[in-house]
Design a protein. Sequence first.
Length: 359
Amino acid sequence: MALSIGIIGLPMSGRTTVFEAAAGGLKAAAPKPEAVHVGIAKVPDERIDRLSEMFKPQKTTYAEVKYLDLGASVKNISGEALRELSAMDELVSVVRAFKDDAVPHPQETVDAERDIEAMNLELTFSDLAIIERRLGKIEQSMKAAKATDRPKILAEQELLLRLKAELEKDIPLRDVELSAEEEKSLSGYQFLSAKPLLTVVNIGEEDLPSAARIEDEFSKRFAGRKRKLIALCGKLEAELAGMDEASAAEFRADYGLKETGLARTIRASYALLDLISFFTVGPDEVRAWSITAGMNAQAAAGKIHSDIERGFIRAEVVHYDDLMRTGTMAEAKKAGVLRLEGKTYTVKDGDIAHFLFNV
Ligand SMILES: Nc1nc2c(ncn2[C@@H]2O[C@H](COP(=O)(O)OP(=O)(O)OP(=O)(O)O)[C@@H](O)[C@H]2O)c(=O)[nH]1
Ligand SMILES: [Mg+2]
């Protein structure tokens, strides 16, 4: 399953432009205002490119990220659109910092800090509305509840009241400490303010020389637990993403940009969710897999197929760096860096794994 990211922001903040940049030059099918766009981006990874050169497989498969640009403010969505957004793994909040008199701002002036706060409020309001509705229903169901069901309903009510009090203080749910049990009891809600949030400050081209400083300053205030911030010029990135690689690289060098907007957005998104990549290689396919850091070999095998997880015997593992250093699998084996690992081995970012299993 591809990582899924919902793009939110105020009208005309550059959501669709960032979508086009982040989805790697994908042209929004209908770049009209308020339109919904869905796109899949391949996660760029040089290691996959090198492994593909080495193994010359029939197929090379990058990890994928799915982007959803809802084209509407969070405060204006409900029903299916809200459910769709709530199902995302992470949110990207696009905040306008570029100045352009030709592009109207719903608040008349450009003020990125104000808009970051406004976006946070949209998320907390959305969650508050859900909680209030649910509390109303709980109240109703209490009347008819059997005595044996009451403690569970009361526990949920108490937890929701606690969350409501935090939201009313403008504290997003991602900042509220919850026990594992509480997390579990809330998992059906998919609260928006609980989701990891990447704020993209959409700066103008003229601000590019100070992008790093802008990013640092904003990060001091608006980054933290499950929260990151990057600054990029959406318009330029979308244009570059639509060019052929050679000319884009030239422009990038002129602007002093080391990475594509796509690569930066994805790197930040992976870091937010604590995701790492491992690889499988062979003549059929070279492929990247995304897993949560800390996952053991057996669970990682389950990403490929549940049979491999169930019938897991061992994993043959070599780290990408060791393979590059030794040159071939045979040399890696001779050097002792291709090794056998058991179920409980913690898979590392850059591991190349071959799973032995029995069903
Ligand atoms: N000058 C400048 N214009 C930008 C930049 N990013 C986006 N724009 C322009 O701002 C306008 C709005 O951008 P969109 O990407 O359509 O914004 P949106 O948030 O999707 O807007 P709606 O979906 O219509 O609410 C477009 O005309 C863009 O070309 C930027 O970095 N600099
Ligand atoms: Mg749009």
